[in-house]
Design a protein around this ligand. Structure first.
Ligand SMILES: *[C@@H]1O[C@H](CO)[C@@H](O)[C@H](O)[C@H]1NC(C)=O
Ligand SMILES: *[C@@H]1O[C@H](CO)[C@@H](O)[C@H](O)[C@H]1NC(C)=O
Length: 346
């Protein structure tokens, strides 16, 4: 009898333990899979953490980002773009914003608050005469995607890309120009702590131009101005003009003629993890980032977009570029891209 009871007890406990382990295994497996993904991601992006504590903290951020990315990507109709677990996946959105953007809002540069109205040379271009699509890459006016790394000098990359384009259009030769010259020498702006394209254009005009990327290479951190390296100049500019604010049609006239520097709100979650498609994601008009509009176009089904060149390397977006919805209801443009656009004149 006692023997039988023991047998029954054993059987019951066996069944219970099997039930428990089945119940537990799913979440445990998911956690293990996520940990494995984090380690693979670290290898892929060469990320090393100081200690276990940091690794655990970063893992928590990674997991929360991955889960949100997958949730958003799984949403049905209405999402015209995809997110991806990219090189920014172990950064909170606040960290990302403070490390990878760098556009100074007008309020932080009081001297620029009252921008003089300058002529807009494309004002009288008739909208009907503009091409349906423009892509300055196909015309050889865009250098390969660059990477600002964790230095908030998007403003320098934006200004330089616009000048590279204008110089190619004028002289027929594409030359990669120096951002580091601006980071180190442009005292109108704040290097890795941020700046504005218009003040950069003013500095470039006043100091005779920009040298080449190879002559004054990018370091990704603030440095002291090496005035010897700023020569020889590869190109000079005669000045710059602002595109009338809050007018995507005016922006289109300008982009049809040359790449244009634009301020944008690029620090949001959707922007951080954008990977492909026409971006229609969440953002505000609080400009915190700068990019260069290098074209525009229309999808086969008629949805219109701008093509922007970013400075976060080729792993972000469509090989470093983004297509972003054009002609939205808000006059500021999506993410405020029509608020502060300007271009150099040569
Ligand atoms: C066109 O395609 C975009 C992106 O694929 C989609 O979001 C949009 O709803 C489509 N528009 C029409 C009119 O079908
Ligand atoms: C545009 O046309 C008006 C009227 O003809 C003229 O006064 C103005 O100077 C033109 N603007 C530019 C930028 O050419």
């Amino acid at each position: 009898m006692a023997f039988k009871l023991m047998q029954v007890c054993f059987l019951v406990s066996l069944i219970l333990s099997i039930c428990f382990s089945i119940a537990l295994s799913r979440p445990l497996d998911n956690e293990l899979i996520m940990q494995k993904r984090h380690i693979e991601w670290m290898t892929k992006h060469g990320r090393v953490y100081a200690d276990m504590k940091e690794k655990n903290n970063r893992y928590a951020v990674f997991k929360s980002n991955v889960e949100r990315i997958e949730l958003l990507n799984s949403m049905p109709a209405g999402r015209t773009f995809k997110l991806a677990v990219n090189q920014f996946a172990d950064l909170t959105n606040d960290e990302f914003r403070s490390m990878y953007t760098g556009y100074k809002g007008v309020s932080t540069l009081p001297s620029l608050g009252q921008t003089k109205t300058r002529a807009f040379r494309y004002q009288n271009v008739s909208s009907g005469s503009l091409p349906i699509s423009v892509d300055w890459r196909t015309k050889g006016a865009v250098t390969p995607i660059k990477d600002q790394r964790s230095c908030g000098c998007c403003w320098a990359f934006s200004a330089v890309a616009a000048i590279e384009g204008a110089a190619q259009i004028k002289k027929g030769k594409l030359i990669s120009l120096s951002e580091q010259q601006l980071v180190d020498c442009d005292t109108n702006d704040f290097g890795c702590d941020g700046g504005l394209m218009d003040t950069a254009f003013e500095h470039i005009k006043a100091t005779g131009g920009l040298t080449t990327e190879s002559n004054y290479p990018y370091k990704g951190e603030d440095g002291t101005c090496n005035s010897k390296k700023t020569n020889p100049k590869a190109t000079s500019i005669t000045g710059y003009e602002d595109v009338p604010a809050n007018d995507e049609n005016a922006l289109m006239k300008a982009v049809a003629h040359q790449p244009v520097s634009v301020g944008i709100e690029g620090g949001g979650f959707d922007f951080q993890f954008y990977s492909s498609g026409v971006f229609t994601g969440e953002c505000t008009t609080y400009l915190d980032h700068a990019v260069t509009a290098i074209g525009y176009g229309e999808s086969t089904n008629g949805s219109k977009y701008w093509i922007i060149k970013n400075s976060w390397g080729t792993k972000w977006g469509e090989s470093g570029y983004m297509r972003i919805q054009k002609d939205v209801k808000a006059k500021e443009g999506l993410c405020g891209l029509a608020m502060k656009a300007s271009y150099p004149t040569l």
